[in-house]
Design a protein around this ligand. Structure first.
Ligand code: FE2
Ligand code: FE2
Length: 176
């Protein structure tokens, strides 16, 4: 048996400024699953918008690489963590099945893009179609799946932590 010394945590530390408290809270509280996934969606949507404005093949290539990596990692964390938990928590297998099929098609298109280089015939078209495809998929996730998981008893905070950890791991692997 171990003896522990009881310590009373002082609640009377100096009152922090409102901004400092806010910053501390933001740093200590990772975003929940929905927030994390929505931020990913927003990021990639901006990438696609930016792509449309590019003229230079080297810039197009760099951005297409970024888009493909972001989508591969995003799809993987959804498939490994968010989808199984959601399938368990909400009673809507059709919705989850369709999302999985959409991921598979998107990955097919991503693989085709990765096998090409900017400047190739149909490269731009494939990136554009991928963007449209992802828009549609994101609308379904944000419009149907996310609200349903918010209404369920999923622990979105814990799920968010798992998603963030896995995402960091996959991004680190990719940058090796
Ligand atoms: Fe998805
Ligand atoms: Fe998503």
């Amino acid at each position: 048996m171990t003896t522990t010394t009881k310590t009373t945590k002082g609640k009377a530390s100096a009152p922090a400024s409102k901004t400092a408290r806010k910053t501390a809270r933001a740093a200590s509280k990772p975003s929940d699953a929905i927030k994390l996934l929505k931020d990913d969606h927003k990021e990639v949507k901006d990438f696609f918008k930016k792509y449309e404005t590019l003229e230079d093949d080297a810039e197009k290539q760099a951005l297409a690489d970024k888009i493909c990596l972001a989508l591969i990692v995003h799809a993987q964390i959804e498939e490994e963590i968010y989808y199984p938990a959601t399938r368990e928590a909400i009673d809507d297998d059709d919705l989850l099945d369709e999302a999985e099929v959409e991921h598979a098609s998107a990955k097919q298109l991503i693989a085709e893009i990765q096998a090409m280089k900017a400047g190739d015939r149909l490269f731009d078209a494939k990136v554009t179609v991928l963007g449209e495809y992802i828009n549609h998929h994101v609308e379904e996730e944000e419009g149907e799946m996310f609200p349903e998981s918010k209404d369920s008893d999923l622990d979105l905070q814990k799920l968010g932590e798992q998603l963030a950890a896995r995402k960091a791991e996959l991004m680190a692997q990719a940058s090796k």
